[in-house]
Design a protein around this ligand. Structure first.
Ligand code: SF4
Ligand code: SF4
Ligand code: SF4
Length: 223
């Protein structure tokens, strides 16, 4: 049984700074801050951050004085040397991956082919589940990738402290933007209407994407 920590803003901040800031949710929390909060309140163990791996567990152990145990067996291991790629042939421009990316590393307009910003993408994989055509894959972030994706070199050349700062900034910006958009929508409508509008927007994008996919399939079948 771990000892109970004395929660404080300072402790929370120290724990938060150690986490890699991919905001990947593989720890089971909505973001790095939520996991840091749970640890600082003695509600969670220190071995749930898959991308942080052994190094993060050791750093957290030092601060909390908890034992440095291996990664929780229920969590799929991952690493910080990964990135995403979109197979453009199968992208139908539904924009659902953009919603899912916590750090704004996907660009593209509705009904257009989307691209990953490999100078930023952490390879967290959150964009994979919503993709209706399964056209996103996670690949190693290494020099051989840089041959085809030169922008990935920018991230390869950053140390982890700088990467974490970049991801944290992008995540915080996206959160602020979402809060602002939601507040603006709620000003115009009641909360229930605003929620309904968001759901309708998403449903429309999915329907459009499915129509594009069906048209493409018909074109392929007839060729
Ligand atoms: S980077 Fe680690 S702490 Fe942050 S969300 Fe992912 S698993 Fe949780
Ligand atoms: S593009 Fe996908 S893998 Fe890369 S950071 Fe965004 S959600 Fe994660
Ligand atoms: S979710 Fe998949 S199909 Fe939709 S825009 Fe993103 S990559 Fe393209």
């Amino acid at each position: 049984m771990n000892t109970t920590l004395t929660p404080s803003k300072k402790l929370l901040n120290k724990i938060y700074q150690i986490l890699p800031q991919t905001q990947c949710q593989s720890c089971g929390y909505k973001d790095c801050l939520a996991y840091a909060q749970a640890i600082s309140e003695s509600k969670e163990n220190i071995n749930r951050c898959a991308p942080g791996g052994e190094q993060v567990i050791q750093d957290l152990a030092q601060i909390t004085t908890y034992p440095a145990v291996p990664l929780d067996v229920n969590i799929r291991p991952s690493d910080l040397e990964s990135t995403a790629l979109i197979d453009e042939q199968f992208c139908i421009g539904c924009t659902l991956c953009i919603d899912a990316c916590p750090i704004d590393s996907i660009v593209g307009a509705a009904k257009r082919v989307h691209s990953i910003l490999n100078s930023l993408c952490s390879g967290c994989g959150l964009c994979l589940p919503p993709c209706p055509t399964n056209c996103i894959e996670i690949v190693p972030l290494n020099l051989s990738l840089a041959t085809n994706k030169p922008s990935s070199l920018e991230l390869i050349n950053l140390n982890q402290t700088k990467r974490s700062a970049l991801w944290r900034e992008k995540y915080e910006n996206k959160q602020l933007r979402k809060e602002k958009e939601s507040a603006e929508l709620k000003q115009k409508k009641t909360t229930a209407d605003a929620d309904l509008t968001l759901i309708k927007n998403k449903a429309t994008r999915i329907t459009t994407a499915m129509e594009i996919a069906r048209t493409r399939l018909a074109q392929i079948s007839n060729s």
